[in-house]
Design a protein. Structure first.
Length: 367
């Protein structure tokens, strides 16, 4: 009796039905129409790694290393999306009408539609990198008057936000510093003559396409004869989203003018961050389902009088620090808020430090 496990014999030179799949030529050399299996990116590193569907997302909140052990072998499976945010600029102070610090530079390829940010349409392609280790630098926020530090991932560098220079006396002022986003200008003090606005710092320095940041707001020197209540007022810090608020030309009837607000930051769709979205960025009510970064710091003010109290500027959404309201003359303005950690916000006028940056890397690891 034949063994029931014996394969069916079709004729001379027969083979098992599935021998073709196991042959050397079919599997190794590709005879018979076989294809090379797809390979996806395999990588590690970061303070936090989350999975969102077919994607992995790595978050770097401080300097570290991103190691790629497999770079992927086909289009779409070898592309890295990224968000690189530099540290925010520090505001001068405490002083007289200190400008707010600029938000850190922001460069990105998100791989998603971000309707509130039309700049995304001109963003460069994602990165394709070889299998090796890449140092990640997360820029720290700038201390008083200083620019924030750059953030770096591979070939992508985002420049630190511009700080604000201190204001002087007798008509002098401090222009905002250039950076990823420009710092706000500081105003001068009484008894200066009426003067053209002090210029805010230039953003997108060094230049990138699309721009990594915008300019800081202008400040001004005080109006003559108005005592301290109309002394210098600082411009708001710029952000990756918009230019910081400038102080309009002063006039004698405008004694209550407070510090200018910092620019609101760049809003990024929650879907880019996956389940970790609530842990990063700041909510801007104007853009639902987004997280904001690189807000500019609010501008500071000259000391007030009881008759004409003035408030400090508010930091922009995205981690910009507020500048506190000025106490009454002849006190020196005190009080500020620092830019938020890992949001790249500029420091609030009158001495706030900038917030540190963030690097996020996202890629497809399966299908």
């Amino acid at each position: 009796m034949k063994n029931i496990d014996t394969p069916l014999i079709v004729g001379k030179g027969h083979k098992k039905k599935d021998d073709k799949k196991k042959s050397f030529g079919y599997q190794i050399l590709g005879f018979g129409g076989g294809s090379v299996p797809k390979k996806y990116i395999v990588a590690c590193g970061g303070a936090q790694t989350v999975t969102d569907g077919d994607f992995k997302i790595h978050f770097f909140t401080s300097d570290a290393t991103f190691t790629i052990s497999c770079a992927g072998n086909s289009a779409g499976n070898n592309v890295l999306q990224y968000l690189v945010i530099a540290g925010g600029g520090g505001a001068a102070g405490p002083g007289i009408g200190s400008g707010g610090g600029g938000g850190g530079g922001l460069r990105q390829f998100l791989g998603i539609c971000n309707p509130s940010m039309p700049e995304d349409l001109s963003a460069p392609a994602g990165l394709t990198l070889a299998a090796q280790s890449y140092p990640i630098q997360v820029g720290g926020g700038g201390s008083s008057q200083n620019n924030g530090e750059d953030s770096i991932f591979g070939p992508i560098t985002s420049a630190g936000g511009g700080g604000s220079n201190p204001s002087g006396t007798s008509g002098s002022f401090g222009a905002g510093k250039n950076g990823g986003s420009g710092g706000g200008a500081s105003g001068g003090s009484y008894p200066s003559p009426q003067s053209p606005s002090a210029p805010g710092g230039t953003g997108n320095t060094p230049p990138q396409t699309p721009p990594q940041g915008k300019n800081g707001g202008n400040g001004y020197i005080g109006y003559p004869g108005c005592h301290g209540n109309q002394g210098g007022t600082g411009g708001g810090g710029g952000s990756a989203r918009s230019t910081g608020s400038s102080v309009p030309t002063p006039n004698p009837a405008d004694y209550q003018r407070g510090g200018r607000n910092g620019a609101h930051g760049y809003a990024i769709a929650n879907s880019f961050f996956g389940p970790a979205a609530p842990s990063y960025g700041e909510v801007n009510p104007s853009y639902s389902c987004t997280r904001s970064f690189t807000g500019g710091g609010g501008g500071g003010v000259m000391p007030s009088t009881p008759q004409y109290p003035k408030g400090g500027g508010t930091g922009g959404y995205g981690g910009g620090g507020d500048s506190a309201g000025a106490p009454f003359w002849p006190s020196t303005p005190q009080g500020h808020q620092n830019g938020d950690t890992n949001r790249g916000g500029g420091g609030g006028g009158n001495g706030g430090s900038g917030g540190s940056g963030l690097v996020v890397i996202k890629y497809k690891f399966q299908n």
